[in-house]
Write a protein that binds this ligand. Structure first.
Ligand code: DAH
Length: 341
């Protein structure tokens, strides 16, 4: 019997399974009800009394050794199963690098706009998002109670009609004119806010880039040429522009600028609603009232200004049909715009 016990002890010590199922099989074979240990226990009942003490101790040691060994093997198998479930089978393999984020399409297009105008000598100016009535309306020739204020539904802060979220980046023009005398040549990117219902084509938060150029003898021809240059750089060499008369309180004359539809090449499609043209910005000659209100001599200086929505340009450039996509942070959408800019 001693031989049997020693043999079993040896097998327990040498047992090296490859799968968890083998451990369980081994447990049943050794420690199970009809297992080898119980068979030895049966045999033990029949040994001579003088041998009982020694053999009893050996059997106990065997039982403990087998139980411990099997428990240890089970734990080791469970650990490696968890590791391989995590995909970490080989700890020596090189790790996988974290994905690099992509720049947001609105940032890409905003940077492009700024970059194009910087080639014409424009520098970037910025201003606060929480503004006062003076910088957003009054200094831009919006008289109090004038219906033109209704063109932009305003968010007011704490019922104080003087403090509001800027509805356009034209407020930065005012801040620039207050600070500096001409020549002024700036582009002003920024977030703007309007109390509008959110839909596929409107949002209560969006981005604009404003432009302002003031110097001696600045003419409408300069405005037109600068904007044509912009359109070709942004939409391609074939892009054409047209200016339609419009109204803004801060420019006179004012115009709305259209660019030829880059999706159908001007033939007419559902994006340009069959017209071949897409409206992309407002512009005009800075109203002399605005120059004077901001301390600039309108007899000596003239200037032009323009303002465009970044979301709109990005929609046209990339063929995005729903503006809300820009705000939903869905990486499947955002990763399509990887860019160096
Ligand atoms: N601020 C105007 C808007 O948000 C856009 C605009 C129109 C800006 C004409 C200008 C401009 O500088 O000359 O609707």
């Amino acid at each position: 019997m001693t031989d049997k016990i020693n043999d079993l002890l040896k097998r327990v010590a040498e047992f090296s399974p490859e799968a968890a199922a083998e451990v369980e099989e081994f447990r049943i074979k050794i420690l199970g009800k009809k297992g080898e240990l119980n068979a030895l226990m049966e045999e033990f009942k029949r040994v001579a009394p003088e041998q009982k003490r020694e053999l009893g101790q050996k059997l106990n040691a065997l039982k403990n050794a087998a139980t411990e060994r099997i428990a240890a093997l089970k734990a080791a198998m469970a650990d490696s199963a968890a590791l391989s479930a995590e995909g970490v089978e080989d700890m020596t393999r090189p790790g996988s690098a974290d994905g690099i984020g992509a720049r947001h399409p609105i940032s890409i297009v905003k940077n492009q706009i700024v970059e194009i105008f910087s080639r014409l000598g424009y520098t970037v100016a910025e201003g606060p998002e929480i503004e006062d009535d003076h910088h957003v309306f009054s200094a831009l020739n919006f008289p109090p109670e004038h219906p033109a204020r209704d063109m932009q539904d305003t968010f007011f802060i704490e019922k104080n009609p003087d403090i509001l979220l800027r509805t356009h980046t034209s407020s930065i023009q005012v801040r620039a004119m207050e600070r500096t005398q001409p020549p002024i040549r700036i582009v002003c990117p920024g977030r703007v806010f309007r109390n509008e219902a959110i839909s596929y084509r409107a949002h209560c938060i969006f981005h604009q880039v404003e432009g302002l150029y003031i110097d001696e003898n600045v003419s409408f021809a300069d405005l037109k040429q600068s904007l044509l240059y912009f359109a070709k750089e942004m939409f391609g060499e074939k892009a054409a522009i047209r200016l339609r008369p419009s109204y803004f309180p801060f420019t006179e004359p004012s115009a709305e600028m259209d660019v030829s539809c880059n999706l159908c090449g001007g033939k007419g499609c559902n994006v340009c609603k069959g017209t071949g043209w897409l409206e992309i910005m407002g512009c005009g000659m800075v109203d002399p009232n605005v120059l004077e209100a901001n301390g600039i001599d309108s007899k000596k200086y003239s200037g032009f200004a323009f303002g465009m929505g970044v979301e709109r340009i990005a929609m046209l450039k990339y063929g995005v049909k729903d503006l809300r996509l820009y705000f939903e942070n869905d990486v499947r959408f955002l990763h399509q715009f990887d860019s160096a800019l």
